[in-house]
Structures are given as structure tokens and as C-alpha cells.
Design a protein around this ligand. Sequence first.
Ligand SMILES: [Zn+2]
Length: 413
Amino acid sequence: MAFQCMRDSYMKEFVTSVVSCSPAELKLDSTNGKKEKVKGFNVILKDTILFPEGGGQPDDRGTIEDVEVLRVLRQGAEAVHFTSSALEEGREVQLKVDWKRRFDHMQQHSGQHLITALADAMFGYKTTSWELGRQRSSIELDTASVKPGEMEALEDTVNDRIRAHVPVNVRLLSIDDPDVEKVRSRGLPDDHAGPVRIVDIEGVDANMCCGTHVSNLSHLQVIKILGTEKGKKNKTNLIFIAGNRVLKYADECYNAEKSLTALLKTGPDEHIDAVDKLQKTVKRLQKSNLTILRDMAVLIAQNFKSQPEKDNFFSLHNKDGDNEFMNIIANEIGFQETVIFLTVGDPKGAGMFLLAGPENLITDLGPRVVEMLQGKGAGKNGRFQGKANSLAKRAEVEALLLEHSRKRTAGEE
Ligand SMILES: [Zn+2]
């Protein structure tokens, strides 16, 4: 199992021929994050520069004669290219690899080999697995914790090796070569065929791997170890980015910093303090706002009760109120005799409501009110409350309630 991309990982275009092409279906990630079943074709080529998934490295993207390759998967010794349209068997075709994606994977993968080797050599931390992520990659180290300063020292040495432009060579050994035993590995796959492929970072590391790698550590440009996180039991995850991802990350950080400077009106050194202060202020204001709202509810109720000539009907809308605000008013006024209709929220949109009054009247009118407010609600003992999807018919509800409460006062109900 060796493809052209493994013999020459820097080849961007390649001419080969179609061995077979058959209709197929594949589950692909769609833009909304869900898996989507897509119809297409499984294409096997005589040889390929599109790397199929393996060794922790994701598969390549690219084109076969301008037909897009959506996935490349390993099936035994073959690489299966999933394409959107069919390709004629036996035909000679031009292959192109999405080089930006591939080179990014090469930088992260070779970066992982380098970090893994040095973490072991310097601190005895063995790598148990790794993941090449879309934004950042992580290496699972077989240790419950790392000591202060170790990651900084590791990052220094890693970048020192990159500056030393150490060559990276691929060697093929026959399976019975005694050198194979010396090479660190996580075992050969069951369907392994042919010679063993060794990726050799001169004087640093030799490791069995099927991935595509840079030919010299200088092609990694730089590695940033962002930090460590607690992993599975007794493991630590080391988070890193390599090469162009470091530049991209610096660019994103700088743009975020610029936006924050404009928003917070302070320099980057004071951003954290400024946000902290802002959060505390918001919390304090929310608390005092709540207190004011409660006091206001009491005053609203008292004001209504002190009117000498009042209807047995009270209605109020408050944009910022909540359930407690409505309940305080209802309790304070009392609803044995008075019909109370309270709403909070967007006057043209969604909100909450509370309807209270003489029990038989509320049991009767509650469901009708809910319907007019396109809401959901429940209640007992003369109190009916819930959510309203639209407060647009608020005035109509008010008219209905006023009519019934007047009838009731006049002894008609
Ligand atoms: Zn590898």
C-alpha cells in the first residue's frame, strides 16, 4: 500500500488512469452540521496523489479532470475517490490536489511527530493518540499532569529543531528488517501489505507512519503550543498549531483585539479589566432594576386601590416586567372582586400574561384569552397565566374582559 502522494508528498498534479467507477452513496457533513446522504461514484485510479484518511491525517480534496473529489477513503490496499459525477473506465485523467488543505495537514502531522518525539525524549511523556482538528490539533500524553515550565521548554526545543532545518526522510523497510523492531509504533493494521514505511526526522525520531510529511522541518515554519487541557483519566491533552495556522491565528487574534479596542475604548492591556468591570456593572444594574420593578409593582397596585371611583377592572402592559412583577400586582390588588389583566414583553410580539379575577369568570374566559393571544396557559383559584406568542390582540382581550366585568358588577353574570 503506497500511493504516489506517499512517494512524493509535494506533487500537486498527476496523470493516471481510471481503473473502475461505480455508483455509490456517501454520508457527508452538510453546511448545517448534519450528515447528508449524497449520491455519487466510487472511483479507483491506477495510482493517486490524493491521500486517503490514515494515521490521524484527514483525507485530501481535489479534482479528477475537474470533477470534484468529495472524500477519499482507504479500502484495503485501494484508495476510493468519491466523486459527484461518473468517469469513464480506462480513461487517462489529470489529478489535482487541493494543495492548501494538504500542505496544512502535512504541517500539522509532521509537527505532531516532532512534538511527540521531543515530549518523550525530554520528559518521558508518551503519546497515546492525537487528533488533527479543523482549527487546532491535540496530542494525548500519557501523564496526569505536566509541570510548570515544561511546555515552554518543549516549545523552545521544537522551534529550535525547526530553525536547524533538519531533513525528514521516508524509508521503506521490508517487514522482516531488524530495524522495524526499533521503530516506535502503534502496531500495523491487519490489512497491511508490502514494506513498512518509516518517517525519519534525522537524529530526532523514526516512526512508522502512512501520512504525507514535509521533507524538511523548516517547512513547518513555527509551532505554537497553546497549552494543555485535562484529558481522559491520567491523560493530558497538549493543544498546538503549526505553520500557516500560526499566522492565521495571529491574524484572527489581532483583528479581535482591534475590535475590542474600539468597543471597550481601552488598549489591549486593559481589555480583561474592562470586560470584568462591565460584567460586574451589568450584574449590579440587573439587580437594582429588579428591585425597582418590584417596588413599582407595589406602587402600581396601591395607586389603583386608592382611587375612590374605580372599575372592578385593572389592565396593564409593561415591556420589561416578568412573572413576579405581574404576581405582585395581582396579589397586592386582590382579585376576589376585581378582574386583572397583565402582560409583559414585546407589545407586537411574544410575551407573558396573567389573568386574575373571580374564579368562575376566569375559568370561563381563560381559554378564550389564551386563544386570542395565541398562547399557552394554565391556572386555578382565579389565576390564569402563561406565554403569549402574540400580544397584538391585547386591546381586544381588554375590551372583552371589561365588558364581562361590567356585566358582572351590574349583576348580569
Ligand atoms: Zn504519523
